[in-house]
Structure formats: structure tokens, C-alpha cells
Ligand binder design. Structure first.
Ligand SMILES: [Zn+2]
Length: 283
């Protein structure tokens, strides 16, 4: 089980490797470009070379990119949909260029529109993105906290994966979002087993590429996306014990996206807490 975190790539991609080393992250997630803008620039050849060299020397990996916040392939607004496809394509191209394993993005929200329409927009958007950027990099759908017309129930995720029908399409399971969406009301060994049986049936367990390991500030079923430090939220230490004990998840990269104990994002303390839990469960 590899434990890592979302780290800042501010000041250049290669900085992300330095930041990962500082907190003891074995795998990382970064923004390949600004998450708050529609436009996205490819990193220079020089910066890319430096990043790849440092990554190789550090042994850090896999590397995931996280898409911009603006992206919503399911939007009923055609302007947003068009920009989302374009922006996601650019980020996927960046991922491909720097040799990242995949680009993670939120499934999206159809707002008031019927679910079938939202799902069909997501499917066609993803197909377009994959066609724009041929290669090996995975396009990874992340489950969300639900509510507000958000798509991302287990069955919907399965439907999307099947309909896009590409080996490059994978899924990211976020532990906080799963609880907030009410996919599970508590992570106990029995409930975790049942939950991932459901994922296996709908999506295929082999299609889960990565875990976002976050505790949740908000209650199960709240539909309110607020991450918390590991063990300090509604999932708690016991919940993470049940999650890390699930054998089907043990070979996956676990990426933290937590506020951190100094409010500066995922830190060494959080990584060590999760590592400690994993060690305890194993022994
Ligand atoms: Zn996440």
C-alpha cells in the first residue's frame, strides 16, 4: 500500500517532487495547470525533463493530475460543457507529456436536468477527450459527495465506465465523498466489504485505480464535501482501520487531500497517522 498526497507544484512541476519528499509521500497528485482557469499551458520541455529526472531519482509514483475545479462535463450549459471538454483535454495532454499515470476529475452535476441526460453528456464528453489525446494516460472518474444534481452513485459510475468503453477509463474512490454521499453510513469491516462488492459488481474492482484517503468533517449522507485530517472526522481511526484492512484496496495508491494540522494541506503527520493505522492492521 503506497501512501502519498496532493502536493503543490507551485513554482514548477519539479517542486512537487521536493514537496512530496518533505512529507514522506510515496505517490502524488498535483494540478498540472491552474485549477481556477479555463486555459492551461503545457509545461516546457525543460521543466518536463527536470520533473521526470527528479521523479525517477526519488522513486515517487504513481503520479496523478487533478483536473481544474471548473470542469463539469454534465452541465446543462453548453458553454461550460464545451470548455470542460477542452480544458480536460489540455490537462490530459499535460499528464501525457509529463508521464503521469492518470488525470482525476469529478463526475459532475447535471443540476436540474434528468440524470440520463447528465450521464449521456459525461459519456460523450469523455469520449471526445480521449479521442483528442491519444496515448496511455488514464482518465479517472472520482465519486463525489452527491446532492445538487451530482452524478456519481455506484451504478451511475459503472454505467459511465461501460458506455465510454475504453481501457483508459478508471475510477477513483474518495473515502470522504463516499460517506458524505451516503454510499455507506459508517466504515466497519462488514460495511466496507459490502460497499466494495457493490463497486466490483457495477464498475469492476480492477477499474479502481486510486483511493483518495480523506476523513470527513461532515456527517454521513450530508452531501456536503468537507475534508478532515485522518482520524479526526466522521470516519475516524476505526473507519480507516476497516478501509485499510480491505484486501482489494491494499495494492492501490492512497492519496491524501486533507487540510493538514497547520492548515497548509496534507502533511507528514497525516501520512504517518495513516501509515501507522496500516501497520497496526497488518500486524
Ligand atoms: Zn478527492
Amino acid at each position: 500500500m503506497k501512501i502519498g498526497a496532493h502536493v503543490s507544484a507551485g513554482g514548477g512541476l519539479s517542486k512537487a517532487i521536493e514537496n512530496a519528499k518533505k512529507i514522506g509521500a510515496e505517490c502524488i497528485q498535483i494540478f498540472g495547470a491552474s485549477p481556477r482557469q479555463w486555459q492551461a499551458e503545457l509545461p516546457s520541455d525543460e521543466e518536463t525533463k527536470k520533473f521526470k529526472k527528479l521523479r525517477k531519482e526519488s522513486g515517487i509514483g504513481p503520479v496523478f493530475l487533478h483536473s481544474a475545479y471548473l470542469v463539469n462535463l454534465a452541465s446543462p450549459n453548453s458553454f461550460i460543457r464545451k470548455n470542460s471538454v477542452e480544458n480536460l483535454g489540455k490537462h490530459l495532454l499535460i499528464a501525457e507529456k509529463i508521464g503521469a499515470e492518470g488525470l482525476i476529475f469529478h463526475v459532475g452535476s447535471g443540476k436540474e436536468a434528468p440524470r440520463e441526460q447528465a450521464v449521456s453528456f459525461i459519456v460523450s464528453g469523455m469520449k471526445e477527450v480521449l479521442k483528442k489525446v491519444p496515448g496511455k494516460t488514464q482518465l479517472i472518474l472520482e465519486n463525489d459527495a452527491g446532492g445538487g444534481g451530482k452524478v456519481g452513485g455506484i451504478k451511475e459510475m459503472g454505467e459511465i465506465v461501460k458506455k465510454v468503453g475504453s481501457v483508459r477509463v478508471k475510477v477513483c474512490y474518495d473515502t470522504a465523498h463516499g460517506l458524505e454521499a451516503g454510499l455507506v453510513d459508517k466504515y466497519t469491516p462488514e460495511k466496507v466489504k459490502k460497499l466494495f462488492n457493490e463497486w466490483d459488481k457495477a464498475v469492476g474492482i480492477e477499474n479502481i485505480a486510486v483511493i483518495h484517503a480523506n476523513d470527513s468533517k461532515t456527517l454521513a449522507g450530508s452531501h456536503h464535501d468537507r475534508h478532515e485530517n485522518i482520524g479526526e472526522g466522521e470516519i475516524g481511526v476505526e473507519g480507516f482501520c476497516a478501509l485499510v484492512a480491505e484486501k482489494r484496496l491494499k495494492d492501490l495508491p492512497w492519496i491524501l487531500e486533507v487540510p493538514g494540522f497547520r492548515g497548509e494541506g496534507s502533511d507528514k503527520e497525516n501520512i504517518e497517522i495513516l501509515r501507522g493505522i496500516a501497520k497496526r492492521v497488518k500486524s
